[in-house]
Design a protein around this ligand. Structure first.
Ligand SMILES: [Zn+2]
Ligand SMILES: [Zn+2]
Length: 210
């Protein structure tokens, strides 16, 4: 019943300075987003923009094969921002939300989130539509590069400016679900009663992707 890592803690989250283009190449954490090229719409990820290391076979990731997820997840973790969210402690509000929902409803919520936040051709506030705390799905989206259409474009080779296909929505939802299963393995299927916390206790980080 007790949440494993967060009980009693009200640690204030340090302001995040990590953005999509942050790197810590010496720690083998990079950024594969390429510098902007004018006139080019379909821009794939590539070598690290800072150190030039070539770690990810993007043509392989961009096949979007659920049977090859291990490779995709391994590749994502080479990127600093993904690595950060893969390992970041999930905040209390997000934990409580997940426990209340349970795995079945979370899967429904994940699909809905992908469909509405990154599914449309012109998502609302694209690039900044995914907060950085408060919901495990947000962590999942940053960790799996499904947070905005720009990240989806360079990681998964899906051009911006058009609706995601049903198949793409299912694939990205699956990535989010895998993250949730990996990070929150002890959730019940149908949810449990978790008392609400006051809104003022939650730390909402407004810092945005660039
Ligand atoms: Zn690098
Ligand atoms: Zn993004």
């Amino acid at each position: 019943m007790a949440p494993e890592s967060v009980a009693g803690k009200k640690k204030k989250l340090a302001p995040l300075k990590i953005t999509c283009t942050s790197t810590a190449c010496d720690d083998d954490l990079h950024c594969f987003k390429q510098a902007k090229k004018k006139g080019k719409e379909h821009v794939s990820g590539g070598k690290c923009r800072d150190c030039g290391v070539d770690l990810v076979d993007f043509s392989r990731v961009q096949k979007r094969n659920l049977k090859d997820l291990e490779y995709t997840f391994k590749s994502l973790k080479y990127e600093l921002i993904r690595h950060h969210f893969w390992h970041l402690e999930i905040d209390l509000r997000a934990m409580n939300y997940a426990r209340r929902k349970g795995t079945t409803a979370l899967r429904v919520a994940a699909e809905k989130r992908i469909r509405t936040a990154v599914g449309p051709a012109q998502p609302w506030h694209d690039g900044t539509q995914t907060p950085k705390s408060g919901n495990p799905l947000y962590y999942a989206q940053h960790a799996t590069a499904t947070c905005c259409r720009k990240c989806i474009q360079y990681w998964y080779g899906v051009e911006t400016g058009r609706d995601l296909s049903e198949e793409e929505i299912q694939y990205f939802s699956a990535l989010v679900n895998m993250f949730v299963e990996d990070r929150l393995p002890n959730l019940t299927e149908t949810g449990e009663k978790v008392p609400p916390i006051k809104k003022s206790e939650a730390e909402w980080d407004e810092e945005q992707d660039e």
